[in-house]
Design a protein around this ligand. Structure first.
Ligand code: GDP
Ligand code: IMO
Ligand code: MG
Length: 403
């Protein structure tokens, strides 16, 4: 009983959504604690694909409550689209979705600011998802932002207009001129606000602490990856929230003593979307082979993901920083597309491994894995001094080996 936190140990897209969906039925609540619709979490259940940006990945399980925490930023337009996608797939969200009254709103002008800041940076751009994440967190910390509770207040429209005015002053200094297109976007956003007023919006910190006091359990679902953490990542090529396990306490309003397990998810190789350093990057044919076979295209922006070898010095650091208790490896099935592959060991040397030919997606028992994969897994575990507790063998919910 307590809070388990699941985080990505690399630059995002490690397969967090798949693993959350897989284990969500063991929890009363799944809760997102940071980030916003920059996230794209893919679940494949009974052959059907769901991509979630705001709503936690516990939503497919009928008995799980899903909470969007105070540390998140929400774009109402994206949230409404996600709800429509789920409802048309026959998944009810009624009485199963609670949004923190303290979560911040992403305004249409936050997205414009994201775009214009990136334009101004030119070659030095972050390669952001352009979802308005940075500017929304900027307003949060400048204490000028709008939160979910504002949409239930009588002064919402004037509060919105005041913040928009401030943004437009800034935007015009960056070369933006307001146009007809903006009006349409704003109208859709205001419509979406009207629609999300029906969703339960409350002090989730009280709800979660009461549930935990009664012996309930919570899975905190991280977004992005630890290497994108605003403080500890390769700044400025990071996202605008703290992405590591400790952030679950701040984003949900629960004390550190509540945390039991920290589940760290990592890929058998490495990917990164957007700009920034990537020591083991393969800007060549091998990288493109991994991208093609691994289907490495952003779940939010569709951009090609940069691919490279597993970087154990970085992984070791993120394991320590998060206090990982349970390691989960994903996408080792993809390595069959190469005859040999490499990984950087903790001393910084590239080690070479032989691949295998067997398709491992139907393997459910560790002992049936190809010997060469077992060698690779053993190498990673000895470098990290930690065992894998799950081995994901494909994108589907059932494609998993429990160790
Ligand atoms: P997230 O952001 O961490 O939830 O990850 P994404 O959903 O953005 O990207 C992970 C991608 O890999 C998705 O397309 C998943 O369906 C897929 N995936 C997850 N686990 C595995 C795996 O073990 N093998 C393969 N081949 N694909 C996987
Ligand atoms: P999930 O949860 C991969 C990257 C962007 C960019 C940087 C800053 O699906 O793992 P932002 O829009 O946050 O200001 O962009 O962070 N980024 C991600 N990369 N997966 C994600 O989320 C990401 N969210 C942001 O590509 O480099
Ligand atoms: Mg993703």
């Amino acid at each position: 009983m307590g809070v388990d936190v699941l985080v990505g140990l690399q630059w995002g897209d490690e397969g967090k959504g798949k693993i959350v969906d897989l284990i969500a039925n063991k929890y009363d609540v799944v809760a997102r604690f940071q980030g916003g619709p920059n996230a794209g979490h893919t679940l494949i259940v009974e052959g059907k694909k769901y991509v979630l940006h705001t709503i936690p990945s516990g939503i497919i399980h009928a008995n799980t409550i899903n909470v969007v925490g105070a540390g998140t930023v929400i774009d109402p337009t994206v949230l409404v689209k996600e709800l429509e996608m789920l409802h048309s797939a026959g998944i009810s969200t009624e009485n199963r979705l609670i949004i923190s009254d303290k979560a911040h709103l992403i305004l249409p002008t936050h997205k414009l600011l994201d775009e214009y800041y990136e334009k101004q940076k030119g070659e030095a751009k972050i390669g952001s998802t352009l979802r308005g994440i940075g500017p929304a967190y900027q307003d949060k910390y400048a204490r000028t932002g709008l939160r979910m509770h504002h949409i239930h207040s009588g002064s919402f429209k004037s509060d919105y207009e005041a913040l928009k005015k401030l943004h437009l002053v800034l935007l015009s200094s960056l070369g933006y001129e307001q146009n007809e297109e903006f009006k349409g976007i704003e109208e859709a956003w205001l419509n979406a606000i009207d629609q999300i007023r029906n969703i339960e919006c409350s002090a989730i910190e009280n709800y979660l602490n009461n549930l935990l006091d009664k012996g309930g359990n919570v899975l905190a679902e991280g977004a992005q990856g630890t290497l994108l953490d605003i403080s500890f990542g390769s700044y400025p090529f990071v996202t605008s929230s703290n992405t590591s396990s400790a952030s679950a306490c701040i984003g949900l309003g629960v004390a550190p003593q509540r945390i039991k397990k920290v589940i760290g998810v990592y890929k058998a190789y490495l990917t990164r979307v957007g700009s920034g350093p990537f020591p083991t990057e393969l800007d060549n044919e091998i990288g493109r082979t991994l991208m093609t076979f691994g289907n490495e295209y952003g779940a939010t922006t569709g951009r090609e993901r940069r691919c490279g070898w597993l970087d154990l010095p970085l992984l070791k650091q993120t394991v320590v920083q998060n206090g990982v208790t349970d390691l989960v490896i994903t996408k080792s099935d993809v390595l069959t597309c190469l005859e040999t592959f490499k990984a950087m060991d903790v001393s910084g040397k590239l080690q070479e491994f032989n691949s295998w030919e067997e398709n491992i997606s139907s393997v459910r028992d560790y002992s049936h894995l190809p010997q060469n994969l077992k060698l690779y897994l053993g190498f990673i575990e000895s470098e990290l001094a930690l065992k894998n507790t799950m081995i994901s063998t494909g994108p589907g919910r059932d494609e998993i080996i429990m160790c």
